[in-house]
Design a protein around this ligand. Structure first.
Ligand code: ADQ
Length: 464
């Protein structure tokens, strides 16, 4: 078995598996089995970042290699091209794209630096797995430095339709960069289809039925690999019930009240304002839920240095305030809005005691919260997942109540249906959903990507 080299924007702490979630567990597991290297940004900015040697740690057979960025890199690569161009663009939000040529320069510069550092740790038989939108040009940079290894890429976020992608300058360069990998993996069939259509319409390549493409005399394989969670481990944590969550749940049960839960990073792609409006609409349409249902939204801040994120935070604070002002009573707060991170065991317990999981992104690569909510339920008395049709997870989780996150009335109807759903139907839907996320968990995802990558013949770097 080849050694594995993983590169992602950030590197997870390999000593904190349970807290850091399915992706880190899956990658750490394959790294431990194969031995190898995990490289990324250390999260720091330093004026002398370009000259400093990387920080290297050895944990068993796994080496972690991290580097700092300069302030300029952080602004142009991370806040700029990655999070003000690619993130909104790939989430179909052209209105929020803020394109500046310095951003692209910074993005290229940091990818070159990653490649300069990484080549020192790569051995000839290693396979290389690059993650996400921060590092699209990395394969091209590695090839320029003589790297002939098999290199796979996985995009965690959606891939937009060709017309949207082509609105950004340098879209051809982005596509060329992706086509320099041996394997390009997407979350869903929709994303894969968008990529293949772009290749056909804008690059003039006709994909083979198995998703392979001939580009500049080499073969590139594209496929969908829906990411999963560490289902069994998450279900086990949820069944333990954090004490304070249990006390809160008992109090609600005495009052015959139900809880709806939403958990998201505070991001405009997650559809949070519409979700709050949906809860308000539920109370208008079905006043019988007044004092019987409360909505808990947990949304820790992210990327606060990007303007669009400060805007969404303000909008949510004023919406939750207005809805509570309108409906609250002295002994009932309709919306509880928590603006911080919650430990994983508590989160799992909160999912379990919530009758409805409301996951309504406007666009999402996969959405692991949807899968965590299902994993956390008590199979004898499970809650109901209400899921946006624009989350990648909707391709798999067809037994959820699937909604259009732009249609607030229809979402309110679906939440009402979820709250009223008979036990037998809840059990049937949950069993089907659980079966799916158990079969397609994080380990299965990682194995299927790596075995596909290993099955491909190594690239002739000179032809790239
Ligand atoms: P994200 O956009 O971060 O991931 P998601 O898939 O939902 O979205 O994962 C979020 C993770 O953060 C979950 O594990 C969740 O439990 C955790 N989390 C969220 N809020 C939290 C809180 N308040 N406290 C603690 N933990 C919290 C990107 C893509 C997704 C894709 C994933 C994985 O945008 O579409 O599913 O990568 O590929």
């Amino acid at each position: 078995m080849s050694r594995l080299i993983v590169i992602s924007n950030r590197v997870a702490d390999l000593n904190k598996n349970v807290q850091s979630g399915g992706l880190a567990v899956a990658l750490a597991d394959s790294l431990r089995k194969r031995g190898g290297v995990w490289m990324g940004w250390d999260g720091e900015t330093r004026a002398d970042a370009g000259e400093r040697p990387p920080s290297v740690k050895q944990i068993g057979d796994v080496t972690t290699v991290t580097i700092p960025l300069t302030r300029e890199d952080y602004e142009e690569y991370y806040l700029g091209f990655a999070n003000s161009v690619l993130w909104p663009l790939f989430h179909y939000r052209l209105d929020l794209v803020n394109f500046e040529s310095a951003f692209l320069e910074g993005y290229r510069r940091v990818n070159k630096r990653f490649a300069d550092v990484l080549v020192n740790y790569v051995e000839p038989d290693d396979i290389i797995w690059v993650h996400d939108y921060h590092l699209i040009p990395l394969a091209t940079e590695l090839r320029k430095r003589g790297c002939k290894n098999r290199i796979g890429y996985f995009l965690h976020i959606p891939f937009p339709p060709p017309d949207i992608l082509s609105a950004v300058p340098d879209h051809k360069w982005l596509a060329d960069s992706l086509l320099s990998y041996d394997l390009v993996g997407f979350q869903t069939q929709t994303d894969l289809g968008n990529f293949l259509r772009y290749a056909e319409e804008h690059v003039g390549i006709h994909p083979h039925p198995d998703g392979s493409l001939r580009f500049r005399n080499r073969m590139v394989r594209a496929d969908a690999f829906p990411i999963g969670i560490d289902t069994d481990a998450f279900a086990a944590i949820a069944a333990q019930y954090a004490d304070e969550v249990q006390i809160d749940a008992m109090r609600r049960s005495l009052l015959d009240r139900q809880q709806i839960i939403g958990v998201d990073r505070l991001d405009y792609s997650k559809g949070l304002p519409d979700r709050m409006k949906c809860f308000s609409r539920l109370l208008e349409l079905y006043p019988e839920h007044m004092k019987r249902v409360s909505f808990l939204q947990i949304a820790p801040p992210t990327r606060e240095d990007v303007d669009a994120y400060a805007d969404i935070r303000q909008e949510l604070e004023s919406l939750s305030g207005a809805i509570n002002g309108r409906f609250a009573d002295f002994n009932w707060t309709p919306i509880r809005y928590i603006h911080r991170s919650v430990p994983r065991d508590k989160l799992a317990a909160l999912y379990r005691v919530s009758r409805v999981g409301l996951v309504t992104p406007l666009r999402d690569g996969m959405n692991l919260v949807a899968k965590e909510y299902v994993a956390a339920q008590n199979p004898d008395d499970p809650g109901v997942l209400v899921l946006s049709k624009f989350a990648g997870a909707a391709e798999e989780l067809t037994d959820a109540l699937i909604v259009n996150p732009y249609d607030i009335d229809a979402m309110a109807e679906a939440v009402h249906q979820a709250l009223m759903m008979p036990l037998e139907e809840r059990r049937r839907r949950h069993a089907a959903l659980f079966d799916r996320i158990k079969r397609r968990d994080a380990l299965a995802w990682q194995r299927s990507f790596l075995s596909t990558l290993e099955s491909l013949t190594a690239t002739d770097a000179d032809a790239a």
